[in-house]
Design a protein around this ligand. Structure first.
Ligand code: NDP
Length: 444
């Protein structure tokens, strides 16, 4: 058995009931095999991979809060501090009923490589709760956030661990979390990113993941002497990442025809009217089906199956494992040429292998959606310097970072004779910097 296979077998044996974590580790270790094989003896002696797959620390805690009926509710809270070799832990908080330790470990593990790819000094972490903000009043969301932060505040800090948003954690939640941190710790510091502009947030942070995804897509398409302009595009989800991916894709001349939420998908052959989606999702916190009720010529289909619509470009921006092998086969059969992941691990391993074997240019989330965390790191810089950059300055930096990531990923894939395999390229390029720092810092 190779060293990477041995470590993967140990991960499965020692972390039972964590399928998402196993999946993320497998994808990374499989692509690192070519790197490890060149110097296996040293990696084994230093137990580099065993250290890489074991979080430095996992904090798990009780979150009690009182709902509007006066009943006490209890949720689970977590923070996975995975790897701080290259900087303070950095990664979002997810509030969703599906949240468990496996999902947060997969996200924290991915985050190590993603953060490394940005070129910025940030380590990997992730956290969250099985709390569901959907259908809760503002007061209930505030009560939950305050209780969550009362415990989390003991373990985070501007130079220690800097959480941000993720699914279910947007501007409203970050505001309540920040207020409670300040109240408990008495420090006005950059301990969270994704903050509002009136209290230390960065311009373009809200748009960053979606915009960054499309900047990356632009590089992928240009490398094939092609353009986004005129292409038919599907963007899954209708949350933060999806909405701003649509906005930038439309600015670059792409025609986005479909979006979804967890209940179903909309198809608008004339092109999605984003102001209506924003009104439904950002203002009214409604359901995507309302779009078809408001826009003539648009249709709504309940359930999964958005990939049945023909497209040139597919941008999955909802959640993990949303695109499986069956969906991938349909996309390929209908002529889809590019897939860039806005969400984290939205494509199953089988589907990823299938699309890559069938000529689709595929960019994994850890490279394609790194614009969010990169701009979070820019927010940290502005907080430390006590100044704010203009939207143009931040957007230019974001664009440059996404171009750099593309070239790092492309270069790493070529160096190992895997040209065009951006999954391998992203894992290898992310790994190289982290492992260098881990070696330099000794056995910690
Ligand atoms: P949001 O909560 O803003 O939006 C998530 C969207 O996905 C919602 O429209 C949601 O619909 C939809 N969705 C969730 N589950 C499913 C499902 N099973 N099928 C179809 N649609 C579904 O989250 P974000 O946009 O912030 O995050 C989306 C993804 O991007 C996540 O994987 C996240 O980890 C990743 N990401 C986010 C970053 C950020 O900066 N926000 C940075 C990097 C990655 P519904 O309302 O019905 O739940």
């Amino acid at each position: 058995m190779s060293y990477t296979e041995e470590v993967y077998a140990k991960v499965v044996a020692q972390n039972p009931n964590e399928p998402e974590f196993h999946q993320a580790v497998k994808e990374v270790l499989d692509s690192l095999k070519v790197v490890i094989d060149r110097n296996e003896e040293e990696y084994r002696r230093l137990s580099i991979l065993e250290r890489l797959v074991e979080p430095e620390r996992i904090i798990s805690f009780r979150v009690p809060w009182v709902d509007d009926k006066g009943t006490v509710q209890v949720n689970k809270g977590y923070r996975v501090q995975f790897n701080s070799a290259i900087g303070p832990y950095k990664g979002g908080l997810r509030f969703h009923p599906s949240v468990n330790q496996s999902i947060l470990k997969f996200l924290g593990f991915e985050q190590i490589f993603k953060n490394s790819l940005t070129g910025l000094p940030i380590g990997g972490g992730k956290g969250g709760s099985n709390f569901d903000p959907k259908g809760k009043s503002d007061r209930e969301v505030m009560a939950f956030c305050q209780s969550f932060m009362t415990e989390l505040s003991k373990y985070i800090g501007a130079d220690m661990d800097v959480p941000a948003g993720d699914i279910g954690v947007g501007g409203r939640e970050i505001g309540y979390l920040y207020g409670q941190y300040k109240r408990i710790r008495g420090q006005y510091e950059g301990v969270l990113t994704g903050k509002g502009l009136s209290y230390g947030g960065s311009l373009i942070r809200t748009q960053a993941t979606g915009y960054g995804l499309v900047y990356m897509l632009n590089e992928m398409v240009n490398a094939k002497n092609d353009t986004i302009s005129g292409k038919t595009i599907i963007v899954t989800g209708s949350g933060n990442v999806a909405i701003y991916a649509v906005e930038k894709a439309q600015q670059l001349g792409g025609k986005v025809v479909a979006m979804c939420d967890s209940n179903g998908y909309i198809y608008d052959p004339a092109g999605i009217k984003l102001d209506i989606v924003k009104d439904i999702k950002e203002v009214k916190r409604g359901r995507i089906r309302e779009y078809a009720e408001r826009v003539e010529g648009a249709s709504y289909t309940e359930g999964q199956g958005i990939w049945n619509i023909r497209c040139d470009i597919f941008l999955p921006c909802a959640t993990q494992n949303e695109l499986d092998l069956e969906g991938a086969r349909i996309l390929v059969a209908n002529g889809c040429k590019y897939i860039a992941e806005g969400a984290n691990m939205p494509t199953t391993l089988e589907a990823t292998n299938y699309v890559m074997e069938n000529g689709v240019v595929f960019m994994p989330g850890k490279a394609a959606n790194a614009g969010g965390v990169a701009t979070s790191a820019l927010e940290m810089s502005q907080n430390s310097m006590r100044l704010s950059w203009t939207a143009e300055e931040v957007d230019q930096k974001l664009n440059r970072i996404m171009k750099d990531i593309f070239h790092k990923v492309d270069d790493a894939s070529r160096r190992y004779g895997l040209e065009g395999n951006y999954v391998a390229g992203a894992n290898i390029a992310g790994f190289e910097k982290v492992v260098d720092a881990m070696k330099a810092q000794g056995i910690v």
